[in-house]
Design a protein around this ligand. Structure first.
Ligand SMILES: Cc1cc2nc3c(=O)[nH]c(=O)nc-3n(C[C@H](O)[C@H](O)[C@H](O)COP(=O)(O)O)c2cc1C
Length: 345
């Protein structure tokens, strides 16, 4: 009996310890969240979730699931031309900020202190009306373009940013100007917007090269349509499964600069061959090439097969949407010109 009492007492103590432990755990949990709240100035769980999202967006990963808009105001077309290029490179929609009252040449006269733009830019509270509502629903990235007027963004940009909620959107400002840099205009717009993840903006000249824009877009972490090597035989585009090797990488580097055009010549009744104009890395192996195969011969010649031949080649790829008869039709009836380009699908 005494033994049983001892056991009961022992179990009781264990249970108490457990309960205290669990209760203690709960208390610790509460204390931790209370202290978070205290540290963050009483942030609520919802707010915490929101702010976590914002943090994630500061370092966007390689974005495939982005929906991009290029929103642009352009009084005389210079910024619009840059915006159009960005839209093509990123596969974005383009949305123009159209003023309810268009800017006339007199309005744009910066030599006249009484012109409309002079007055607007001198008045920090001026908010020119926008003609048409702009919807940003569903966009994850907005490239925001404008000209510099008196060192600042035109006031209609303030109208735009103050009337939109950029929560969940990465905003990437860009501008054109006569000469000055983007200055503080991007920061000023970010402050007026009060929401969204704003990147530092960049000034471009009206005739900026696409390659410079592409580099900037890449630096911003935005991606356009996925790029691939494309092969055109005269005017026929063919599907190619390219090899993953050094030779094809070198071909991509070349084609990225500009499309590679090669005049080919029929040879041996089974292939067309043409000079790549440059030596590519090679890793030749004795191979029996078949119709549709694309080979590198001697490191500097591209060979397309419509028949078969055995030689030491480096395989570049295979045309996948044509059978042997179709290849013979395409290549066996006279010399062709091929174009290899690197572009978005
Ligand atoms: C009212 C007005 C003010 C301007 N102020 C400046 C300026 O302060 N600094 C500058 O470099 N360019 C200035 N410019 C030149 C424009 O920024 C430049 O021409 C711009 O590329 C025009 O873009 P858009 O054709 O898209 O309107 C000004 C132009 C106008 C009309």
């Amino acid at each position: 009996m005494r033994f049983n009492k001892r056991i009961t007492l022992f179990i009781g103590i264990i249970l108490l310890i457990c309960l205290a432990g669990c209760g203690g755990g709960q208390a610790v949990l509460n204390t931790a969240s209370d202290s978070n709240a205290a540290n963050d100035g009483g942030i609520s769980p919802d707010q915490f979730t929101e702010s976590t999202k914002e943090t994630d967006q500061k370092d966007p990963p390689y974005k495939k699931d982005t929906k991009i808009a290029v929103v642009v105001f352009s009084a005389t077309g210079t910024t619009k031309a840059v915006a159009d290029k960005i839209a093509v490179l990123t596969g974005a929609d383009i949305i123009e900020i159209i003023p309810a009252r268009p800017y006339s040449a007199e309005d744009l006269n910066y030599n006249d202190p009484d012109s409309r733009t002079s007055k607007e830019q001198n008045d920090p509270d001026a908010r020119p009306e926008i003609a048409k509502e702009i919807l940003l629903n569903g966009y994850t990235t907005v490239f925001l373009g404008y000209p510099i007027w008196w060192g600042q963004a035109p006031r209609i940009l303030s109208t735009f940013v103050e009337n939109h909620d950029f929560t969940g959107i990465t905003v990437i400002p860009f501008c054109t100007s006569g000469s000055v840099d983007i200055g503080q205009s991007d920061d000023a717009l970010a402050e007026q917007a009060g929401s969204g993840t704003w990147r530092s903006g960049k000034r471009f000249s009206g005739n900026v090269a696409e390659s410079d824009l592409q580099k900037w877009i890449n630096d911003m972490g935005e991606t356009g349509p996925e790029k691939t090597l494309c092969l055109l035989i005269d005017n026929t585009e063919v599907s190619v499964e390219w090899e993953d090797n050094e030779s094809v990488s070198a071909l991509i580097d070349l084609a990225e600069e500009k499309p590679i055009r090669i005049d080919m010549s029929m040879y041996g009744g089974f292939e067309q061959v043409g000079s790549a104009g440059i030596s590519l890395p090679r890793n030749d192996e004795q191979t029996t090439a078949e119709a549709g195969d694309i080979m590198l011969y001697s490191g500097n010649r591209i060979v397309l097969f419509y028949g078969s031949n055995s030689w030491a080649y480096t395989r570049l790829g295979k045309i996948t949407d044509k059978n042997a008869d179709e290849m013979a039709e395409l290549l066996g009836n006279g010399n062709v010109t091929i174009t290899i380009s690197y572009k978005g699908e």
